[in-house]
Design a protein around this ligand. Structure first.
Ligand code: ADP
Length: 619
């Protein structure tokens, strides 16, 4: 027999970088390599179990589904072996040679430069698990044989530097054997108790028997099928760590069981952090679908709507057949029922936390508010339930405190019919918006929106408890009028004339000039029509299309304001003049400037300088 041919491959350059980071700087806690290997073995066993149950012809159908961990002290060798799905030659090259997520390297590089390396445990989230073994091993062999009938076995070999080799080999049983030849100072892992210790907490959730040097580790029933009363908080926490393969604890969890209309059990977790917030990639759906404790779909897209992709957990239903296909899952009425049930419970759970453990909810909100908002825009059926999860800053709350819509509506005085909101960069600039003055005076609450998405969200929501949403700029709100004196009436005449003058001066730059019924302190305000797009929307349109012209606004002026009073007086005394013209034009441009919709700064600067010159002469 000829010596089998050995082929040599270079690692993808990203993998080389990754290996460097992992080996030289990243991990504080080397133990994790073992959990990564065991977790891969569990995946492989889950997959082959599913293939067997869907009646495909597989290699060694009678082989036990199990994981074996063993050592050879003479060879400094630690072996992790499974009877799982195995890999073909192509799969070996593909799976152990590419990185799942682009952006991973950038992130890890950043992380490796951080002094505090506590975060490195998050590595499990990035699908670089297998490579962690190079922290402790100077050389690794993967001997693997695919489950497909008649498949050949292959040996993958690498010292984790720049390349690996693959050659054909002999392996009796389907599955994968990973041999780690440990570095000299990592021999501590050739110890049964050390290995048991690393796998403790974790191993009880492994759904297949694990043997260490032939001795079986204790395993428990699937945790979700156990009665809630027999489980402690810690059991759930440990299960979450097992599921997500990280050391972080969940923020909250929910254990559900139902017998009708569909039988199922489920445990759902809301994580403490959001990977999406780092802006690197989208989270994949995190709820695994089981049927009678056999995994039939990892990260099911059908159990929860996409915007809840951050929720992790398991759903197990006896009513879902084992050999169900991807398409059938999608269209299954039973899955629909499970989905509706789970969603209702999950929303209620979150609402409860919001009402009873606000600090916990605030953390969920800080990390996943974007997901809830995405839901309002995309899930018509559940948008009302999601509306109850929204939080807002508000004029009735202190800085950094939130209100929800329910509280807002409870606080509304009888005569208030709408829910008011104002959008701005931050609270400080929002509070200076003149459109808020009337609301302050009336003591009506206004929601402060600082996320540009909020406007779209409220628009999609339409109303809450039949109260529609209204931007303060387009609200038709009036303050009570003071009774008019004789002096007022002559002023009013002059005011009307001044307004006529302004209309002529501004021409078609504004839709109208009016006396404001809602300003208290500020001289003037630009009001928007409530029909057209909001100002924020207009800005977005303008960004995309430079040719866009803003809809015309209405200039409201405040006759109580000293500046307006002086302008009216000046107009009455001297009629039109160059100075009055400059001041009146500046009055409008100040507002345009404040709204951030100014298109020509050069028109303004010389005028202000001129106004300054006139003022300086009078000092
Ligand atoms: P991840 O497990 O997060 O995908 P890994 O680097 O640990 O990342 O593994 C890469 C891929 O290699 C896996 O997705 C799987 O396809 C394959 N693989 C790893 N270990 C095994 C195994 N024991 N049996 C079969 N396939 C495996």
């Amino acid at each position: 027999m000829n010596k089998p041919q050995t082929e040599k491959f270079e690692f993808q350059s990203e993998i080389k970088q990754l290996l460097n980071i992992i080996i030289f700087s990243l991990y504080k806690n080397k133990d994790v390599f073992l959990r990564e290997l065991v977790s891969n073995a569990v995946d492989a066993l889950n997959k082959v179990q599913f293939e067997m149950l869907t009646q495909k012809d597989v290699e060694n159908p009678d082989a036990d589904l199990r994981i074996d961990i063993s050592f050879s002290k003479t060879q400094n060798k630690l072996t992790v072996e499974d009877t799982g799905i195995g890999m073909t030659r192509e799969e070996l090259i593909e799976n152990i040679g590419t990185i799942a997520h682009s952006g991973t390297i950038d992130f890890l590089q950043k992380l490796s430069q951080e002094k505090d390396k506590d975060q490195v445990d998050l590595i499990g989230k990035f699908g670089v698990g297998f490579y962690a073994s190079f922290m402790v091993a100077k050389e690794i062999n993967i001997i693997t044989k695919s489950f497909q009938k008649g498949a050949k076995a292959f040996l993958w070999k690498s010292s984790g530097q720049s390349d690996f080799t693959i050659e054909e080999t002999v392996k009796k049983i389907r599955g994968t054997r990973i041999e780690l030849f440990l570095k000299n100072d990592e021999k501590e892992f050739l110890d049964k108790y050390r290995i048991q210790n690393i796998l403790s907490h974790y191993s009880r959730f492994i759904p297949f028997p694990v043997y260490i040097e032939g001795e079986k580790l204790e395993v428990a029933e699937a945790i979700w099928s156990q009665p809630k009363s027999s489980l402690k908080k810690n059991d759930y926490k440990e299960f979450y760590k097992f599921l997500d393969n990280i050391q972080e604890e969940p923020e909250t969890y929910l254990h559900l069981a139902s017998d009708a209309p569909v039988q199922f059990q489920a445990i759902l977790f809301v994580p403490k952090t959001s990977v999406e917030q780092w802006g690197l990639f989208r989270t994949e759906p995190g709820v695994d679908l089981y049927s009678k404790k056999v995994l039939i779909q990892k990260g099911s897209k059908d159990i929860l709507p996409e915007y809840l992709r951050f929720v992790k957990g398991v759903v197990d239903s006896e009513d879902i057949p084992l050999n169900i296909s991807r398409e059938t899952i999608q269209n299954s009425v039973k899955i629909q029922k499970i989905r509706t049930y789970i969603l209702t419970k999950l929303f209620n759970h979150l609402k409860n936390i919001k009402n009873k453990e606000f600090e916990t909810y605030k953390n969920i909100w800080d990390h996943f508010s974007r997901n809830f908002k995405e839901g309002i825009v995309s899930d018509m059926e559940n948008k009302e339930k999601l509306a109850d999860l929204l939080l807002f800053s508000s004029s009735k709350e202190e800085k950094d405190k939130y209100t929800d819509l329910k509280k807002y509506v409870e606080r509304m005085p009888k005569e208030q019919k709408e829910i008011y909101h104002v959008l701005g960069m931050d609270r400080d600039s929002i509070e200076k918006n003149p459109a808020l003055e009337a609301f302050k005076k009336k003591e009506w609450e206004v929601l402060f929106l600082t996320d540009p998405l909020d406007e779209v969200v409220l628009d999609a929501l339409g109303a809450y408890q039949e109260k529609s949403f209204k931007a303060v700029e387009s609200a038709e709100i009036e303050l009570e009028k003071k009774p008019e004196s004789e002096e007022d009436s002559s002023f009013r005449d002059n005011l009307e004339k001044f307004i006529g003058y302004l209309k002529g001066l501004y021409g078609d730059r504004v839709a109208d000039v009016r006396v404001s019924k809602r300003l208290v302190d500020s001289p003037a305000l630009l009001a928007h029509s409530s029909e057209g797009p909001s100002l924020h929307m207009e800005k977005i349109i303008k960004m995309m299309n430079k040719e866009y012209t803003y809809t015309k606004k209405i200039l409201e002026i405040n006759p109580e304001n000293p500046l307006i009073k002086e302008l009216v007086k000046a107009h009455q005394k001297k009629g039109t003049s160059k100075q009055l013209e400059a001041l009146s034009l500046q009055l409008l441009d100040n507002l345009v400037l404040r709204e951030g919709i100014l298109d020509d700064i050069d028109r303004i600067v010389p005028r202000i300088q001129d106004i300054m010159l006139q003022a300086a002469k009078k000092i």
